[in-house]
Design a protein around this ligand. Structure first.
Ligand code: SAM
Length: 298
């Protein structure tokens, strides 16, 4: 692996390692007989990363299987999220948008696995080390993207709007944006700036989906099986990585700027698809919301 891949901004630790957690969950989901989303690349990321030694890529490799809070319920959450956001992106590109911007793209392989319209461009924004690792693995597999794909290696706390436009993004054309598993790692001011920037770069007909946590106090669920099992089994302390500042009301801010927004719980989609996590006691997922927003044409 390159220096960047193992370095401070790579996938070996810190927030970069969470990209591998989601990849492992997608690998497990892919191998389920009733999978909601298939990502044949996901297990290759896990197998290539020394930081994931011993992680499962199939539920059969987990001694307590679906009863395991991390590789059972939490992984199923990521599988459901992947499917719901796949559907959202495909709906958006078949409507107006031909530019797709994945903010905090991590090891998202949608450019390689979804059937995009021929004129689609997919911009993947994440830190250089994460994207370097991703490229090494995908190059090793000779994977070919199914749309034009433009990596934008930059920290989202820097001037990513300029980097994106230099990379070819056109603010005058409709776009669809995704911030999946991202915003709660960022300072509140960075989230506000990110949402403002998406609004500024979005013309009418654009769309955005993002995930937030509404919990007033993230520590309320610190003993939740999802958090404790993630720390104990793979050494990722999510509460330590989440930004603990009070969060902006990004959905409300977009509504105030004329976007139409819908704020949904993941559990609604579990019921719709017939599989996925349902509410439980002391639930780290209780405050999770998936927000879908559309900017009307003038
Ligand atoms: N969206 C991907 C997915 O769902 O598979 C990755 C989610 S992963 C939980 C979080 C991602 O956000 C990581 O890839 C991490 O590098 C990225 N990220 C976190 N903070 C960032 C920042 N300040 N700038 C750029 N990327 C960041």
């Amino acid at each position: 692996m390159s220096e960047g891949a193992g370095g401070a901004d790579g996938v070996a630790g810190g927030v970069g390692l969470t990209a591998l957690l989601v990849a492992a969950a997608r690998a497990i989901e892919t191998h389920r007989h009733d999978s909601l989303a298939r990502d044949v690349f996901a297990e290759h990321f896990v197998l290539a990363a020394p930081a994931c030694a011993g992680w499962p890529v199939r539920i059969q490799q987990v001694p307590d299987g679906d009863a395991n809070p991390l590789w059972g319920r939490f992984a199923r959450y990521f599988g459901l999220r992947t499917r719901v956001l796949d559907d959202f992106l495909l709906r958006s590109v078949h409507a107006d948008a031909r530019q797709v911007v994945l903010l905090g793209a991590g090891l998202d392989s949608r450019a390689f696995r979804l059937d995009w319209p021929a004129d689609c461009v997919i911009f993947e924004v994440d830190r250089a080390g994460v994207l370097a690792f991703k490229h090494e693995v995908l190059d090793g597999l000779s994977a070919a993207p199914k749309a034009a794909r433009v990596p934008v290696p930059i920290d989202l706390r820097a001037d990513w709007a300029e980097a994106l436009t230099i990379a070819g993004f056109d603010p005058a054309a409709p776009s669809v944006w995704l911030a999946e598993g991202l915003l709660f790692y960022l300072p509140g001011t960075t989230e506000t700036h990110l949402i403002d920037t998406v609004d500024r770069l979005s013309t009418g007909g654009s769309a955005l989906a993002f995930e937030v946590k509404l919990d007033k106090d993230l520590l309320e669920y610190r003993d939740s099986p999802l958090y404790t099992s993630t720390t104990q089994q793979i050494g990722i302390d999510l509460l330590d990585l989440f930004n603990r500042e009070s969060r902006p009301d990004s959905a409300g801010n977009l509504t105030g700027r004329g976007w139409s927004t819908s704020v949904r719980t993941p559990f609604e989609f579990t019921r719709h698809h017939g599989r996925g996590p349902l509410p439980e006691e002391n639930d780290a997922l209780a405050g999770n919301r998936w927000v879908f927003a559309n900017k009307p044409r003038p």
